[in-house]
Design a protein around this ligand. Structure first.
Ligand SMILES: Cc1ncc(COP(=O)(O)O)c(C=O)c1O
Length: 434
């Protein structure tokens, strides 16, 4: 550790005094009210399908897709949309988005096979470490698939696979937008772009047609804009032949939904520090909030940056790869109470293997008692039935009371839950599509 990394008591005090904003009560109540108002519809599903269930609402996906498209179509002359399949890999999600005019962004042969099976006409295949078999599948479907190359090595591997298939493959190359830390595993350095272009010239079966970058978890468009500025400068220095070849620039996904990030005390930086110091993270009844900006703000500001730094240098299509923003609100989880063990402790039928990670220890989402709806939040440990204490749905519920057999709903669990589900101890819930 160098001396600059030394932590003083003052640093700790300062960090502990930081306060993440509290989630405004009005925002939370509006959210709960919205889902309670639709209670009969959700309970109606249970007539035919016993809990636990995932409920997938196709009309929500359609509405989100139209909203997202509209925001960006208003500000960019030539724009295309690709749904990031990894965010929710249920085939009906991708099917609905293809119907809404989206292409699909896939990251494995599993996802690519699904996209091909859904007759998606426009697919981008991104991700590090593609195997030869995955490259061969893409090369065999090059009419519908653009391979977003992740490295010089992958370029060489795809060239030999494409030569064997006697085909030419359309490609782009992913650019590293954060060369420090773990994000350096993605793509090539911006400064290596001229060398990559030279390497492509030696690959007769590869046609480089675009560039891609992606930054995650954007509450504002600032991280994307910063990279667009850097990219613009590098593009200016590239040869005319390269600029003519580039027909698209894919600026990735990472748009955080407008409701922001809702956190338990243990999910805030000050709560994590308190826990590391052996204290309680905070009061379980407090919910915290990291705001995110509306998609129109992303669109306006990204549109402006793209026009200024990219379209002024080269004419091309701008591609976007949203995942979370599109699918998060479209899937919910329905559970039932199996065992009320104390007035403030219940066990549910499903465990958090259905979402694949210990999400609700750090993220807050209201647990709604659909059987006894009431606009009041009551402290109670709502825990799953896995043999681990980390199987947490929440530390409270919204309702009048809670009893065995009650139906609980955790709304808006569409992104990075269903596709992370695990085969662990309990069977996985069925999906009901409405
Ligand atoms: C290359 C790429 N594009 C798009 C996405 C989708 O991101 P999000 O779901 O945050 O919009 C991801 C997510 O990891 C990604 O890696």
């Amino acid at each position: 550790m160098n001396t600059e990394d030394e932590i003083t008591a003052k640093d700790i005090q300062k960090a502990l005094e930081k306060r993440t904003s509290l989630l405004p009560q009005e925002k939370l109540r509006l959210f709960v009210k919205y889902y309670f108002a639709r209670r009969d519809m959700y309970l109606g599903i249970l007539g035919k399908n016993p809990p636990p269930l995932y409920v997938l609402e196709i009309p929500v996906l359609k509405e989100k897709a139209d909203h997202f498209k509209m925001a960006f179509k208003d500000v960019l002359p030539d724009v295309a949309f690709y749904y990031a399949v990894k965010s929710n890999n249920h085939p009906d999600v991708s099917r609905a988005l293809v119907k809404s005019g989206f292409g699909l962004d896939v990251s494995s042969s599993l996802e690519l096979e699904m996209a091909l099976g859904l007759d998606a006409g426009d697919i981008v295949f991104s991700g590090p470490g593609k195997t030869k078999e995955e490259l061969a599948l893409a090369a065999g479907n090059s009419g519908r698939t653009v391979v977003l190359l992740d490295s010089f090595g992958e370029l060489t591997r795809l060239e030999s696979v494409a030569a064997m298939n006697n085909t030419t493959v359309r490609t782009g190359v992913r650019l590293t937008n954060n060369p420090a830390g773990l994000w350096r595993k993605f793509g090539i350095l911006l400064s290596d772009l001229p060398d990559f272009w030279h390497a492509v010239q030696k690959c007769p079966h590869i046609r480089l047609t675009g560039l891609q970058f992606h930054s995650s978890w954007n509450m504002t468009p600032v991280p994307q804009i910063e990279f667009i500025e850097k990219l613009g400068k590098v593009l200016e220095g590239m040869c005319e032949e390269f600029k003519r070849a580039v027909t698209f620039i894919d600026i990735g996904g990472g748009y955080w939904p407008e409701h922001g990030e809702w956190l338990q005390p243990a999910g805030t930086p000050e709560g994590m520090l308190r826990k590391a110091l052996g204290k309680e993270a905070g009061s379980a009844g407090d919910h915290y909030w990291v705001p995110a900006l509306p998609i129109e703000h992303f669109a306006e500001n990204l549109g402006r940056a793209v026009k200024r730094h990219i379209l002024s240098v080269t004419e091309c299509r701008i591609c976007l790869e949203p995942g979370r923003w599109i699918c998060n609100g479209a899937m919910h989880i329905l559970l039932s109470v199996i065992d009320k063990k104390a007035p403030d402790l219940v066990i549910t039928d499903a465990g958090t293997n259905s979402i694949g990670w210990e999400r609700f220890e750090t993220d807050y989402f209201p647990v709604l008692n659909l059987t006894r709806p009431f606009m009041k939040e009551i402290p109670c440990d709502i825990l799953g039935s896995l043999c681990t204490p980390h199987d947490v749905w929440g530390y409270s519920y919204w309702g009048e009371d809670i009893q065995n057999g009650d139906i609980l709903m955790i709304p808006s669990q569409g992104a990075y839950t269903y596709s992370l589900r695990q085969n662990f101890i309990k069977p996985l819930p069925m999906v009901v599509v409405i």
